[in-house]
Design a protein around this ligand. Structure first.
Ligand code: AP5
Length: 194
């Protein structure tokens, strides 16, 4: 039975970049891996429910609606066919207009049923620089202190998840220009748990 890895990282840490690299290194090494972006699944479900919105604006929607879509997204992902190990690209928390909200609350966690949680981290200064330089996205909070606080929230939420799911947490560092090495470290962790 293929296992599920939850990979989370705060906005600007380079999550998409590392996961694109992970896809390439997994193909090079012929490791069957399926990477699913939780935000994409939610965005499709928003569209199907008649709301076409930018992915960076979903977090500003009514929290009850977000919660409903979030749970549906987890159920859709849990039914992913095939035998490849699953990597779910998501967030430990989302900054909504109601406050800091868990990305994987109990029902979502149960549906995803991960065997490990991996946090992608980077130096707060690098995160702040990447957020400022990336004009393609709508990001909240651009300073170093914001990045530090977000990194802490991500670890708090990961701890709660690990306790609920009874799974380990690993942290990989996405250093400047080192996205391939980060992806290789991540692949190593995934392979050890599969
Ligand atoms: P999602 O798509 O996951 O958004 P995001 O975190 O804002 O952004 P990315 O994953 O695209 O990545 P990133 O900012 O870490 O990095 P990037 O590679 O672009 O989620 C979208 C939305 O979905 C959320 O806001 C939320 O509303 C919703 N959602 C998701 N999961 C949810 C859940 N479980 N529950 C509820 N809602 C959920 O990199 C940033 C920049 O840095 C780029 O310019 C890049 O070139 C650069 N960079 C990256 N790595 C390096 C490096 N090593 N060296 C130099 N530059 C680098």
């Amino acid at each position: 039975m293929p296992e599920t890895t939850i990979v989370a990282g705060i906005p600007g840490v380079g999550k998409t970049t590392v996961l694109q690299e992970l896809d390439s290194v997994a193909k090079e090494k012929k490791v069957p891996l399926k990477i699913i972006n939780f935000g994409n699944v939610m965005n499709d479900l928003f569209k199907k429910s008649g709301k076409t919105i930018h992915r960076d604006h979903m977090r500003r929607e009514d929290i009850t609606l977000q919660s409903r879509i979030q749970q549906r997204a987890a159920r859709v992902i849990s039914k992913t066919p095939g035998n490849s190990a699953l990597v779910v690209d998501t967030h430990m928390f989302v900054k909504t207009t109601d406050g800091i909200w868990p990305g994987t609350p109990r029902k979502v966690l149960e549906a995803l049923d991960p065997n490990i949680i991996v946090l992608i981290e980077a130096d707060p200064e690098e995160i702040a620089r990447r957020r400022a330089a990336d004009t393609t996205r709508y990001r909240d909070g651009g300073g170093v202190d914001d990045a530090k606080a977000d990194l802490q929230w991500s670890r708090y939420m990961a701890s709660a998840n690990a306790v609920l799911a009874g799974v380990p947490i690993q942290i990989v560092h996405n250093r400047d220009g080192q996205q391939r090495q980060t992806a290789l470290d991540l692949l190593d962790i995934i392979q050890k748990r599969n």
